[in-house]
Design a protein around this ligand. Sequence first.
Ligand SMILES: [Zn+2]
Length: 117
Amino acid sequence: MHEIGITQGIIDRAREAAVQNGAERITEVHIVITPVADFTEDALQMFFTMLTEDDDLFRDAVLHADHRPVAATCQECGDEFSVEAPGPTCPKCGSFNVRLDPEAPMVQLTDVIIDEG
Ligand SMILES: [Zn+2]
């Protein structure tokens, strides 16, 4: 259930950006999800709606999620490739023993579209 904490983190950062820019309302929140995330976009969408429904700043705000691949290395044959979905297998040898880029974020706030009223 840590998706709710992650969603709250996105909301908090979006709010901070909006307040700094004198926003009356947030219309769109853009995020990027990578395969490092152990949750689905649907979960984030659900919590986003749940956590913002009584929040005037986020009234009718839409959460846009883009998916970005991450670099991965096969621990069996050393092949390096790009992974677009969770639970990858090595394209060369078929191993499940694949290490995703440890630096890659699960989810990142990329843009906040505001209405200045
Ligand atoms: Zn391999």
